[in-house]
Design a binder for this molecule. Sequence first.
Ligand code: PLP
Length: 338
Amino acid sequence: MAGIIDLRSDTVTQPTQVIRELMASAVTGDDVYGEDPTVNQLEQFAAQLLNKEAAIFCPSGTQSNLIGLLAHCGRGDEYIVGSAAHTYLYEGGGAAVLGSIQPQPLNLNTDATFDLQALESAIKPADIHYARTRLICLENTHNGRCLPQGYTSKVKAIADKYGLAMHLDGARLFNAVVSDNSTAAKLSEDFDSVSICLSKGLGAPVGSLLVGSEALINEARHWRKMLGGGMRQAGILAAAGLYALQHHVERLNDDHQRASQLGKALGNIDGVTLKFDKAFTNMVYVQVSAEMKASLDKLAPAHNVILPSGEQMRLVTHLDIDDEDIDTIVKLFEQAAQ
Ligand SMILES: *Cc1c(COP(=O)(O)O)cnc(C)c1O
């Protein structure tokens, strides 16, 4: 909404005028028949961008992760996943509930990596007592942090040793791409499947993609239909996603710049503790006292600011937050600290 500074997430962005116009004029067809030219164009574009064979457009990142897991694993199989990873923690246990896939959660280090020895020991031997370990799932970015360089290839070496597949929850992969000054293809190369969100920092209203081999994506099409994700004239949504992928990647740098600036300014305010010594990509984690949170909540509406709940807050910059808004947020925190 114009004038509102919503820091809760990068999912709150409103479609720009250009995106709304592209949606209104999108060429469409029935995508369940594979006949929506705009969806097909988006899927081809995403596959090329990540240097994979194929992609499938999904209504949400939760669904694209889930159909990825369903395409890799069967009943009684297991996937290894970070205990704080979105797929494990925030997706309703979908893999277990709907796929009969057992998650093996592992703690993540502060830099979002697994301890590689712990990872290797978590892989079950072939033995009738165990679930069959099939897949390792990583997340990039995780809590705004980019996976360290060289890490995914080390995990991939372990996966190869045991014949496991690799899935990446890349909901914010493009934040990592610009932050690392890398490419989506490079950051995806160690993975058999990658889920990307168009509806986060990229600013599309709806949509995610699962990207991988032709065979895997064909399998995914079956699961997407079963889950009720087969959409008809979805080109209306795909048009927005295609534009976002083509035009809103580089500008994520602006969000990162602003988060970094915001982190620095808030770190100088008495009563505000930064969880990390700097902002990673588009997220700033701060902690304030209960008293300060109460005064922030009281003052926020007058500044048109929406804050996350709680005294530990994740503040997220995005398409609808500009430089002036950063100044407003800092002023709000300064006032609340007095
Ligand atoms: C947002 C997000 C998803 C998917 O979320 P949806 O709201 O279902 O699109 C998956 N993984 C991570 C890390 C996310 O941040």
